[in-house]
Write a protein that binds this ligand. Sequence first.
Ligand code: UD1
Length: 334
Amino acid sequence: MSTKDFTVLVTGGAGYIGSHAVLALLDSGYDVVVLDNLTTGFRQTVPDDAIFAEGDIEDSALVARLIAEHGIGAIMHFAGSIIVPESVENPLKYYHNNSAKSRTLIESAVTNGVKHFIFSSTATVYGVTGLVQIPEDTAKHPTNPYGMSKLITESMLTDVAAAHDFNFCALRYFNVAGADPEGRSGQSTEGATHLIKVAVEAALGKRDSVAVFGTDYDTHDGTGTRDYVHVSDLVAAHVLALEKLIQDPDTSHIMNCGYGRGFSVIDVLDAVDRVTNQEIPRVIQGRRVGDPDSLVSDNRLIKQTLPWQPRYDDLDIIVAHALAWERKLSEKSG
Ligand code: UD1
């Protein structure tokens, strides 16, 4: 039985970040309905305590029915496409999945009386800034359609919140990594390209080595630097953001979500070696197209706005949790 007044609709709740948000909401006493079309999500990652609807956020009749039947009071919107190079090759897919479908979903929210909306945005909206830490008011110049497709949705939300009885929080994620500390969910995507996922796959013998893309960046050791944030801390910020939206219904927020510190590729690989007590072979390669030197959040705004107290701001812990999940995946696949 929920201790809260309403149910939360989580789109993309069978995906990596969405599934962790479902766990965080259930742990906080919310009832949850997951809407996922399972193109990239996994049905089995949705816990039995959540109601699951297979379908698309573009299906307005379905969304209206879910809102009415389950008393949906807020939407957490994770569904979308996230592969940067694919967005360059197929921009219309990204403007459809991330912008146009979001527009339809926001309309469904407004039309059916859902007043609170949380949106997964990305640090990619900033593009290359040259800043050590990026505050939210930095000029936005996304260097790829993925980032632009998310920025468009932020703009739609801003305009809709000004016009209707509706507020929102967009969280601009830095590099999300790790897995649920209790081993209930993790990153299951096959053929993943993200550094920590790739490195723990290598640690378990699923790959021979890890490529280091570029050693001539303007960073402390020449390799690319990122603000790796544990997925459980990230989703905890979403639950706090929801509570803030409920408490203060006239205010919306766009905030970075990161720890405000950076680790290089070498720092990450050293952490994986430490945690696994082995040396994973590293293969130095050229730069990957479009990668900025450094992406680190200025996180003062989220810290001022929400009582967010990260619990896993430790690279070794992030790696250890990612590794534990990867091991679980290996055991499942035999
Ligand atoms: C990118 C996006 C991010 C998006 C995410 C989802 C940008 C700037 N960031 O993160 O917004 O949410 O993808 O797809 O577009 N690296 C290696 N070897 C590897 C893999 C990565 O050296 O095998 C390096 C990269 O060059 C980079 C760092 O590791 O310096 C992190 O890369 P990755 O994990 O792929 O994430 P981003 O590209 O930062």
